[in-house]
Design a protein around this ligand. Structure first.
Ligand code: SF4
Ligand code: SF4
Length: 435
């Protein structure tokens, strides 16, 4: 990829322009998975902030090296939690990626592919469904077995064969939650809530969405699934494609406003964190700035919502040893740590065990495991070693990307007996046991 002079540098209204400067204390370094793996200042938060500030001042071009160090960041925001000065690293890096997006000259095919994926496929439910239907056919028809058996993907450049192994088992189509449906509360209505189904979540983990809705119903919620909801735009922000992210945000705000609910529930932390930041994303938009803030205030992660309910429906016993892994965007962006643990501890018989570094990224980070495969796998190996030490039956984590990545790591390590589940699936299972 080559680069040209940036065209959007300093164009965004941003907290990042106003808020605390990095004081170079280095307290974030050991929170940074890429610094731990690569040991280079330029691949640490402090080093990247130095590069980004230099570029903003015009003292540094958007060079190949700038692009490389900024692209190697997971945007996990572990550094934000570690920073005593409150540097809004996530916002800085997304702004830098927008600059790169407008400056980089990529090959025709790479540009075409990015435009298709980010601007056509993710914003369109129909195209996304078609894509997953094709994957489902690939797996169910026996073509996948054939492709793996003859090893044809090893003939292609890059990591195509390894990336193919990352593909999840695309579960039954019947498990999607149908958009435009309302599910009534059980045992008396306390709240009316809406569920953000997510695009990847509803296609691959439709059963987690089903479990989320059942759990909410059992806790006295009428559950609305707005029909016009679209992708949250988180992946677009990570890639610096902010114009599409803003368009998606506006569509979601309109869709959820029409539902007239007390809360908007997210069970995918990557989506939830972005929905919570719509206020910032649309701060410069006269028609949507205020509506975005109001919308973001209503967004709740499922565990936080359940944990705050006065009394939770009574779960039955689950005799399981469960290790909880914090999804980065739940912990570092939404600052949610205790609620998922509280929900799990509330299940009789369930033994919750802690990882030694639950706050460290698993290397999934949106599509990082595709774009930075080798580094992603190095980061994943540390996570799997940590999980192995717990002897757990189940790893619980609340983000589809993390669920896929950890499941892949467990398979690679021969730890297939360990299951990966969303905390809400465990609660749903416990409710069924209690009936
Ligand atoms: S976001 Fe994560 S990978 Fe990027 S600099 Fe911060 S800690 Fe490191
Ligand atoms: S980002 Fe924060 S923690 Fe890291 S060096 Fe700068 S001030 Fe210190």
């Amino acid at each position: 990829m080559s680069v040209s002079a940036p065209t959007v540098a300093n164009s965004l209204p941003s907290r990042a322009d106003l808020t605390p400067e990095c004081i170079h204390c280095g307290l974030c370094l050991q929170a940074c998975p890429t610094y731990i793996e690569l040991g280079k200042e330029a691949d640490s938060p402090r080093g990247r902030i130095y590069l980004m500030r230099a570029q903003q001042r015009g003292a540094m071009p958007v060079s190949e090296s700038f692009v490389q160090h900024i692209s190697a960041c997971l945007d996990c925001r572990g550094c934000e939690s570690a920073c005593p000065s409150g540097v809004p690293y996530g916002e800085l890096v997304e702004k830098a990626r927008e600059v790169i997006e407008h400056s980089a000259r990529r090959s025709f095919w790479v540009e075409w592919f990015r435009a298709f994926v980010f601007r056509k496929m993710f914003p369109s439910r129909r195209l996304l469904r078609l894509n997953f239907d094709m994957l489902r056919w690939y797996q169910r028809s026996g073509v996948q077995r054939l492709v793996r058996g003859i090893g044809v993907l090893k003939l292609f450049p890059g990591h195509l064969a390894e990336l193919e192994q990352l593909l999840p088992d695309i579960r039954s189509k019947n498990e999607h939650v149908a958009l435009g449906t309302v599910f009534p509360a059980q045992g008396g209505k306390r709240f009316r809530v809406a569920v953000m189904t997510g695009c990847v979540m509803n296609e691959i983990f439709g059963d987690v969405n089903q479990a989320t809705i059942r759990v909410l119903q059992q806790n006295g919620c009428d559950v609305v699934v707005p029909e016009e909801q679209v992708c949250c735009g988180a992946l677009h922000c990570h890639a610096g494609i902010m114009d599409t992210a803003r368009e998606l945000a506006k569509k979601n705000i309109v869709a959820f406003e029409q539902a007239e609910v007390d809360a908007v529930i997210s069970n995918a932390s990557g989506c939830g964190a972005k929905l919570k930041e719509y206020g910032m994303l649309l701060a410069g938009d006269r028609g949507f700035a205020e509506r975005a803030v109001h919308f973001s205030q209503k967004v709740k992660d499922i565990a936080s919502f359940l944990d705050a309910l006065p009394t939770l429906a009574k779960p039955g016993e689950l005799r399981l040893r469960v290790a909880y892994d914090d999804p980065c965007h739940l912990l570092h962006a939404m600052k949610v740590s205790r609620p998922p643990r509280n929900v799990l501890r509330g299940i009789p018989g369930l033994e919750l065990v802690e990882l030694s570094t639950p706050e460290q990224c698993c290397g999934s980070a949106g599509i990082y495991n595709i774009t930075n495969y080798e580094l992603s796998m190095r980061i994943l190996r540390r996570k799997i070693d940590d999980i192995r030490g717990t002897g757990a039956d189940v790893v619980a984590t609340g983000n589809p990307g993390c669920m896929l990545q950890i499941a892949h790591g467990l398979r690679q390590a021969g730890l297939d007996q360990m299951k990966v589940m969303h905390p809400v699936e465990l609660l749903d299972q416990a409710y069924r046991c209690g009936q």
